[in-house]
Structure formats: structure tokens, C-alpha cells
Design a protein around this ligand. Structure first.
Ligand SMILES: NC(=O)c1ccc[n+]([C@@H]2O[C@H](COP(=O)([O-])OP(=O)(O)OC[C@H]3O[C@@H](n4cnc5c(N)ncnc54)[C@H](O)[C@@H]3O)[C@@H](O)[C@H]2O)c1
Length: 323
């Protein structure tokens, strides 16, 4: 698919961040892009591209709404060549404090939402012998203490892509997964400034190799991946090393090192959770649900967190009121 001119692409989570940046890059390459998001703003994001693109509002946790949205895209475009299942949220908390509903919601959006998207688009993709790109993370490859729900959902996305690729072999459809380090979007927001572990990745010695990239740099990598119908897209490219180092990263010896490092940062990291909730709730209502219910679960074991949760909810309400 080296020439993207006229290719019909559906991308979820395209109201902002990586999805919006990828849609803009694809549109600039001459593709026809359907941008889907749970937020109304996606219509304006689509309208701000050249004409011929489409903004549709649907939630990837709602199968009926998603099917209807895909039907609308097919009616408008007459088919689909590429689907990019990108919509996702982040969720941070240690497992002992993670609310069960918050865990389930993270998986419902990040993993089942990807499945619903691909399922809805697949008949059209099979017809065009097109390309499926599902958005995972480097968190699929490496243990993520303090992010078990997110890591589990993203590992699931990778496993889903790997199975789908084999199922579709011989039917003309290629399947890829994307694995990114930190991309500076609303999903991470100010987190990098507030959480020492993330801050180190963004600004520390590892940053040149695996540190933060912009949404536009990520979009460029996605577009290159779509052109090549790639199996895997890493952002930055050095992330591929982690794939090949998996046996080492998951060894007992590495556990020892990682657990010791994690113990040092988790307290500080979740000391900052109040601030984290504030900064992310402003930008992602779904995520604020997750953070708020995590906070409620935390309060059961950490009563001092209650005032932080109250501050956070007040800040989120203020932010909503400002919008
Ligand atoms: N930013 C990073 O550091 C990073 C790293 C690795 C992977 N990712 C993944 O990349 C993807 C995009 O993340 P981003 O950084 O652009 O985040 P973002 O928060 O900037 O954008 C995510 C978009 O998805 C939409 N969305 C969320 N839930 C939805 C739902 N239920 N239905 C429809 N739309 C929904 C949001 O409204 C938003 O427009 C996510 O899957 C994320 O997990 C991000």
C-alpha cells in the first residue's frame, strides 16, 4: 500500500492525540479518512481537514453505536481499506487498590473496544484485502507495576493481533500492532512532570533511546507502518529491542531488579495520584471515571486519599464547567 491516495481509512480515538495526528497525516497523503471518537469534537477535527473526510461520534464500548457508525462510513466511502483501532485510556493504580469496575472498564475500552472496532470493519477490510492496525503499547511487552489494568489490556491487544494475523493468512488482509513508549498527548498530560518514573523516561538518560515523542512523530511512524502493511510498529524504533529482549525482561533476575526499582518509585508515584487524577480528568472524562473509582477503592485502604479524591473531583468539575 505504498501509495495512500484515495485509500479509505477508519481511525478510532481520532478526536485528539495520536488518532487526530494520524488522521491529519493520512489526509495529507491523499487518503480519505473517517475519524471516530466518543467526543463530539471529532466532527470539528474532521471538518478542519480538507473536504471529503468524515467525523463520526461513537463509543467503542457500545457495539450497536459502533456498527451504526461503521455503516455510515461505508455508505459514505463505499468501502474501507484500512482500520486503525486506536481509542484507549490510561489507568494507573497498584492492583491491591484498583477497583474491579475500573479494571474492567479499562479492558472494555482498550481491548474489547479494539475487537469491536475490528469486528465491525472486517467484512469491508476483507473485501478490499486491506490492512488492520491495532494500537497497543510498549506496555504489552514489559511489566508495568502500577499499571496492571493498562498493561493487561495492551498485552491482550497484541495477542489479539497475533491471532487475527494467522486467522486471516491467505485472505489478503495484513494485521499489525503498534508499540509506543511515551507520546506526549492528553493521555499522559502532565503525568510526566508529576510521576518520577515517567519523568525519568521522558527526560532522563534513557530518553534519547526510548523517551517521549510527539503525537506527530508517532503519526509519521503509523503512516509508514500503514504503507508497509507492517506486522509491528515501534515508536521510537528502538522499542523493537524490548521485543527481542523479552526473555531477559521477564526473567527472575530482571524481576528482582524491576521490583526493587518499582518499590522505590511506586510510593512517590501514587503520592502524586491526586495530582494525576486532576490533570487527566480535565482532558478525558472516561479516564476520570476510572481514576475516580480507583480512588474510591484506594480510600477503603487509605483514608488519607479521600481528601485528594475530593480535590480531584472538584478540579474535574471545575474543568468541565470551564469547557
Ligand atoms: N500517549 C502515550 O504515551 C501512549 C503510549 C502507548 C500507547 N498509547 C495508546 O495510544 C492510543 C491513543 O492514545 P493518545 O495518547 O492519543 O490518547 P488521547 O487521550 O490523547 O486520545 C485518545 C482518544 O480516544 C478517545 N476515546 C477514549 N475512550 C473512547 C471510547 N470508549 N470510544 C471512543 N473513543 C474513545 C478519546 O476521546 C480521545 O479522543 C491509546 O490506545 C493509548 O493507550 C498511548
Amino acid at each position: 500500500m505504498s501509495d495512500l491516495t484515495g485509500k479509505r481509512v477508519l481511525i478510532t480515538g481520532a478526536g485528539r492525540g495520536i488518532g487526530a495526528a494520524t488522521a491529519a497525516r493520512l489526509a495529507a497523503e491523499g487518503a480519505r479518512v473517517a475519524l471516530l471518537d466518543r467526543e463530539d469534537r471529532v466532527r470539528q477535527v474532521a471538518a478542519d481537514l480538507d473536504s471529503g473526510h468524515l467525523g463520526v461520534v461513537a463509543d467503542v464500548t457500545d457495539s450497536a453505536a459502533l456498527d451504526k457508525a461503521v455503516a455510515e462510513v461505508l455508505a459514505e466511502f463505499g468501502g474501507l481499506d484500512v482500520v486503525v483501532a486506536n481509542a484507549g485510556i490510561a489507568s494507573w493504580q497498584t492492583a491491591d487498590r484498583t477497583d474491579i469496575d475500573a479494571f474492567a472498564r479499562t479492558v472494555d475500552i482498550n481491548l474489547t473496544g479494539v475487537f469491536r472496532t475490528v469486528r465491525a470493519a472486517l467484512p469491508a477490510i476483507l473485501e478490499s484485502r486491506g490492512y488492520v492496525l491495532v494500537v497497543a503499547s510498549l506496555a504489552s511487552l514489559i511489566p508495568l507495576p502500577g499499571g496492571s489494568a493498562y498493561g493487561a489490556s495492551k498485552a491482550g491487544v497484541e495477542a489479539f493481533a497475533n491471532a487475527l494475523r494467522l486467522e486471516l493468512r491467505g485472505r489478503g488482509v495484513a494485521v499489525g500492532s503498534t508499540h509506543m513508549s511515551i507520546i506526549r498527548t492528553d493521555l499522559v498530560g502532565d503525568v510526566a512532570d508529576e510521576m518520577p518514573l515517567v519523568e525519568r523516561l521522558v527526560n532522563g538518560p534513557a530518553s534519547r533511546l526510548l523517551g517521549a515523542r510527539t503525537a506527530e512523530e508517532c503519526a509519521d511512524a503509523f503512516v509508514r507502518g500503514i504503507r508497509r502493511r507492517a506486522r509491528r510498529v515501534y515508536v521510537p524504533e528502538a522499542g523493537a529491542l524490548l521485543h527481542w529482549l523479552r526473555p531477559v525482561i521477564n526473567s527472575a533476575a530482571a524481576d528482582l531488579l524491576l521490583a526493587t526499582a518499582a518499590r522505590g518509585v511506586l510510593d512517590r508515584m501514587f503520592g502524586a495520584l491526586g495530582e494525576l487524577g486532576t490533570s487527566t480528568a480535565e482532558r478525558n472524562a472516561v479516564r476520570s471515571d476510572v481514576v475516580a473509582s480507583n480512588a474510591a477503592a484506594s480510600n477503603a485502604v487509605a483514608p488519607r486519599a479521600a481528601s485528594a479524591a475530593a480535590d480531584r473531583n472538584a478540579a474535574a468539575s471545575k474543568a468541565k464547567a470551564r469547557r
